[in-house]
Design a protein. Structure first.
Length: 116
């Protein structure tokens, strides 16, 4: 693996290790994302919620550990790039409403989170 790919993989792993936050707005959940490759331009294969912070916008909206994120504000995550996903998350500001379409126990669920 080239050094550029190793650096990109490290940065991606670092981003995924922390709660999904916007630059200013916070949603309060952590994900484990699967990609075709370990670079920011890789296509997303799956994004699974691994942690929901107590008293967070995610918990108030009903997001649960194990939920599979399918859409963010009406845009499908499958096939989009990691860069697009993290860019969209970074654009969220406090007070913004974020609509998540998730799959829970095989059934679709739509949640609206209000960023803090």
């Amino acid at each position: 693996m080239s050094s550029a790919l190793r650096i990109a993989a490290f940065l991606l792993a670092t981003l995924l290790a922390f709660s999904v936050h916007a630059a200013q707005g916070k949603l309060g959940f952590t994900v484990d994302a699967k990609f075709d490759r370990k670079v920011l331009d890789a296509d997303i294969k799956q994004v699974v919620v691994t942690q929901v912070a107590p008293a967070s916008p995610a918990q108030r909206a009903g997001l649960q550990v194990g939920d599979v994120l399918e859409q963010l504000d009406g845009k499908p995550l499958m096939g989009s790039s990691a860069r697009t996903f993290f860019g969209a998350m970074g654009d969220i500001e406090p007070g913004d409403k974020v609509t998540l379409a998730v799959r829970r126990a095989g059934k679709p669920v739509v949640l609206v989170l209000v960023a803090e």
